[in-house]
Design a protein around this ligand. Structure first.
Ligand code: TXA
Ligand code: MG
Length: 324
């Protein structure tokens, strides 16, 4: 079983594992990441192995500073402005790779672009100390909910990895927002921890949305965030044997009879709701209810990303779980 070490005392052990080509689960401000040295093919392969992730899904490379980022990728002026405005933070930029950057091709699944992010906290310190970027997808097995606590990581991946660094519950609770330059504009590839409106305000320009050519972010496959239970969104009433995921002060009809009930934010605060989202989905899933009914959640601010995750979790299941 994986050892869980507090962030304050884990740096040396984490470094040693990464140096030896092994993986470590680390806290970031968004969700826990399963990190490996992005320049070491064995380390990157171990990430896929531990997650059971399909090989075509490219990973985010995490950097410690702007100099490291610019050794890896070529920044256009708009992306540079966003990096200056939001890094370190929950923003990922997809950029053309700089040739000879040393990134193992398994990280990018053979694409000539790379997703880059500069995380806050322990991850940033670890990367600076290592002197190399870390490839890190969310620390959950493929198709499952992202982990926002060290315990959730250990429960899911504990048998397959050696170390989980415990930095407490992740403050943002949603994965990073992913943006990609497209000519003179930027496209939103994945809504996430920074609201699209905030990015648009910083740019003074609207983001492009919706389908770019091809599957730009394969991790956006429909049923990526699936719990074991079925999900039913915008529920105005609770059905028989359903658990209820609430939001705000207005309750769905029959809520007292729900098999289990949790409220993402009693005060209707979307940031609080985002940080509770995955943990509450997991907890309601554990209640054994066949379906999780979810109350209506507004689409403004972080509500867009929350609704995105929920609709993926509610999508018809494809290859993620064998049906019992
Ligand atoms: O907050 C986060 O972003 C967390 C923490 C650990 O940093 N990481 C995370 O990684 O969510 P992951 O692997 O679960 O999601 C990465 C997403 C996937 O949807 C992947 O397809 C997309 O980034 N991606 C990676 N490289 C890409 C590229 N070159 N072009 C387009 N999308 C890319
Ligand atoms: Mg993920």
């Amino acid at each position: 079983m994986a050892e869980i070490l507090a962030a304050g005392e884990a740096l040396e052990r984490a470094l040693a594992l990464l140096e030896s080509g092994d993986v470590v689960a680390i806290p970031t401000e968004t969700v826990y990441g399963l990190a490996g040295d992005a320049t070491n093919g064995i380390g990157v392969a171990r990430i896929f192995e531990a997650k059971g992730r399909p090989r075509f899904n490219p990973l985010i490379a995490h950097v410690a500073d702007m100099a490291m980022a610019e050794r890896i990728a070529v920044f256009d002026p708009l992306s540079k402005r966003l990096a200056e405005a939001f890094w370190p933070g929950p923003l990922t930029l997809v950029l053309p790779q700089r040739p000879g950057n040393g990134i193992h091709p398994l990280v990018t699944a053979g694409l000539d672009t790379i997703a880059l992010r500069m995380p806050r906290g322990f991850g940033g310190d670890l990367i600076a100390k290592l002197g190399r970027p870390l490839a890190a997808p969310s620390a959950n097995s493929s198709g499952r909910i992202s982990a926002t606590t060290a315990q959730a990581v250990a429960d899911d991946l504990g048998a397959r990895i050696k170390l989980v660094v415990d930095g407490g519950a992740t403050p943002v609770g949603l994965e990073s927002t992913i943006v990609k330059a497209e000519g003179e504009r930027l496209r939103l590839l994945r809504p996430g921890g920074i609201a699209a409106e905030e990015i648009e305000a910083a740019l003074g320009m609207a983001l492009l949305r919706g389908g770019a050519a091809g599957v730009e972010a394969p991790g956006m496959l429909a049923s990526h965030y699936a719990p074991g239970a079925a999900m039913r969104l915008n529920a105005g009433a609770v059905g028989k044997d359903e658990a209820l995921l609430g939001f705000g002060g207005q309750r769905a009809e029959g809520w007292r009879h729900a098999a289990a009930f949790l409220n993402l934010s009693i005060s209707g605060d979307l940031r609080e709701a985002a940080s509770n989202l995955f943990a509450y989905m997991q907890e309601l899933d554990r209640s054994g209810a066949r379906t999780i009914a979810v109350e209506n959640i507004p689409f403004d601010g972080l509500g867009e990303a929350i609704n995105d995750r929920l609709s993926r979790a509610a999508a018809p299941r494809d290859n993620t779980e064998p049906t019992p």
